[in-house]
Design a protein around this ligand. Structure first.
Ligand SMILES: Cc1ncc(COP(=O)(O)O)c(C=O)c1O
Length: 376
């Protein structure tokens, strides 16, 4: 069973959606799929009635959407870098020839609003800020509310946010938090197979993006979004994945994926209950770690509800990961420089708290086996 920080386990009902007969993408059937996807996708991004922001789907990955978001942005970019994926976002900006300024933040921490404000004031003006809301490499979640407050003081600077391992596990609240562009591959907390991405753009982002020249074709955010709205995707989309997305969004919206006893919750209430489940799973994972004398890697206030990154202390991580694998559970070693120093458990998607207990019991047995084997 996959407990890595994505991709994560996909329910059999969802896998079955991939096996539906193929339909043409210029057909009423495809338009219907779009109609099924949009309302619950609005809920995933936390859009209220009367929003002017727009959601869409693209047949690309999280990294593809990093590039798409920047293709509609201006030239001067401030990149917040606090882990491997935010560094990638910055590198994508550089690869597009943008003028990139880096706001370096210690791995394990999220950017502090006052540091962001200082960078915007002292080094600005910027056309856009790039931010990874949930650094999958470190299990760091950056609270978006205070970031949005800072951005409100800089009306001409757009906020581009990677919500890859965040959305469907924590509340995006796109408009309330002042986001201009947010995107995700679907293989993380949506619990879908990898292959497509979802995104949301504000009206003002789109307005500016339309005036940006040389946005390319496949990753042009305006062309993609307009194609979605007009039910005429510019390219042949990954249709089986649209089927899976529609079903999973409807199921989440209908409370189907919630723990028993909560399945009467619908719409925004069902999404909130999903986020609360992930919060409880984080608490449980970290209290289990603490029981073994292990500390969370992220600082207080920055601990993700979808990925727990734990400092390993004296634990032999390679042995721990291998022992779990022998028992049928996959978790991840630390990312990049954190390999051998941390391990990560992805308690995202449709995993239940009861499943987590089974994983943690297996983890207990691996740890006691390792300590028996360790030289006295
Ligand atoms: C936060 C974050 N951003 C971006 C990516 C890259 O996504 P993809 O591999 O779908 O391009 C990942 C992948 O794990 C991620 O965790």
């Amino acid at each position: 069973m996959l407990w890595i920080p994505g991709p994560t386990e996909v329910r059999p009902e969802i896998l079955a959606e991939l096996a539906r007969p193929t339909i043409g993408h210029r057909t009423p059937g495809m338009a219907e799929l779009h109609e099924r996807i949009d309302p619950p996708l609005n809920n995933a991004f936390g859009l209220g009635a009367g929003t002017t922001s727009q959601v869409a789907v693209h047949s690309t990955t999280g990294t593809g959407m990093m590039e798409a978001s920047l293709r509609g942005a201006g030239e001067r970019i401030l990149s917040v870098v606090n882990g491997a994926f935010s560094k990638r976002f910055m590198q994508v900006a550089e690869s597009l020839g943008k003028e990139v300024h880096v706001l370096e933040v210690a791995w394990g921490m999220g950017v502090l609003p006052e540091d962001l404000a200082a960078a915007l004031e002292n080094e600005g003006p910027f056309d856009a800020v790039t931010l990874v809301a949930n650094e999958t490499s470190t299990g760091v979640r950056t609270p978006l509310g205070p970031i949005g407050e800072v951005m409100r003081q800089h009306e001409d600077t757009h906020l581009l946010v990677d919500v890859v391992s965040y959305i469907a596990g924590m509340p995006v609240d796109f408009d309330t938090n002042g986001l201009d562009f947010a995107f995700a591959g679907v293989q993380k907390a949506f619990a879908l197979p990898p292959g497509i991405a979802v995104f949301c753009a504000s009206e003002r982002y789109l307005e500016r993006a339309r005036s940006v020249s040389d946005r390319g074709f496949f990753l042009d955010p305006v062309r993609t979004l307009e194609g979605h709205i007009n039910r005429k995707t510019p390219v042949t989309p990954a249709i089986p994945h649209y089927n899976a997305l529609a079903r999973q969004l409807e199921d989440i919206d209908a409370g189907v994926t919630l723990p028993e006893g909560e399945r009467d919750k619908k719409g925004a209430d069902a999404w909130r209950a999903r986020f609360e489940k992930h919060e409880r799973m984080r608490e449980r994972t970290l209290s289990w770690a603490s029981g073994h004398g292990l500390e969370p890697f992220p600082g207080e206030g920055f601990r993700s509800a979808t990925v727990s990154c734990v400092s390993a202390g004296d634990l032999d991580i390679a042995g721990f990961v291998a022992g779990l694998k022998e028992r049928g559970f996959e978790i991840s070693n630390g990312y990049g420089d954190l390999k051998g120093r941390t391990f990560r458990i992805g308690h995202m998607g449709d995993h239940m708290e009861s499943d987590l207990e089974v994983l943690l019991a297996a983890a207990d047995s691996v740890i006691s086996e390792l300590s028996e084997r360790a030289p006295a």
